[in-house]
Design a protein around this ligand. Structure first.
Ligand SMILES: [Zn+2]
Length: 241
């Protein structure tokens, strides 16, 4: 990410309400109990899924750690793998919108981008009975027009402040070495991809190395109200697990 983009992100995060634009959860109340105040709360997020192999691996890794995550899913992949979307929600993780076809906001008209957001929103609601306003624009790109429309639509835009670059990992040693070098801060939002092979390995390495020091929670822990259970619209049969 360029220095200019990082600066813009930092300024926006400083002036906008956190439940509408989140880069890090620093300063938001931890649900960590006072007896265990040294435990740092982070939010691990997973983009671009679901994937038939890697999403279950990530879910297994989170379950082993007793951690929660947030999944920013692509609508067209969710339509192909509805059982994984349902598993994400049933197991207590948060779900968010990552557009229907992963269209880059910089390359897509505002009308098409908004249509993709709405279509994904509707699909996720039909599959799970959950309505989410959590939104991560593909590549973290935002143009003023898209930002305005997402804002008007009540979306909570969630970016990240820690990027382990799992897309460039090529063997099992990489997640391990990253997890040992990572120094957690309360409120860190970590970017991983469950479309790729190493997200589950990063979760396992992190929980193995730092289980006593950190805990991953769903973004909804910090931003309550961004995900609600609402009745599925009439005429739509909710898909059971
Ligand atoms: Zn993406």
């Amino acid at each position: 990410m360029s220095v200019a983009r990082q600066l813009v992100k930092k300024i926006m995060a400083g002036v906008l309400p956190r439940d509408r634009f989140l880069v890090s959860g620093q300063g938001l109340s931890a649900s960590v109990d006072s007896e265990n105040s040294t435990l740092k709360e982070i939010a691990i997020t997973f983009d671009d899924g679901p994937h038939p192999e890697w999403t279950p691996d990530v879910l297994d890794a989170l379950a082993e750690a007793g951690w929660k995550g947030t999944f920013f899913v692509i609508g067209e992949r969710a339509a192909e793998l509805p059982h994984l979307i349902q598993r994400i929600v049933v197991e207590g993780h948060a779900i968010g919108n990552h557009t229907y076809t992963h269209s880059d906001p910089k390359q897509t008209s505002t009308a098409k981008f908004q249509e993709e957001v709405r279509r994904t929103d509707k699909l996720l609601n039909e599959l799970t009975g959950v309505r989410t306003v959590l939104m991560r624009p593909p590549k973290g790109h935002l143009t003023p027009g898209k930002f305005r429309e997402l804002w008007r639509g009540g979306q909570s835009i969630v970016l990240w402040n820690v990027d382990p670059q799992d897309f460039s990992m090529s063997d099992e040693a990489a997640p391990m070495s990253w997890s040992h070098s990572y120094v957690a801060e309360h409120g860190d939002v970590i970017l991983l991809h469950d479309r790729l092979p190493y997200a589950g390995a990063v979760v396992r390495a992190l929980s193995g190395a730092q289980q006593e020091q950190i805990r991953s929670v769903a973004i909804t822990n910090w931003l309550p109200g961004t995900q609600r259970t609402i009745p599925v619209p009439p005429g739509v049969t909710a898909v059971s697990r």
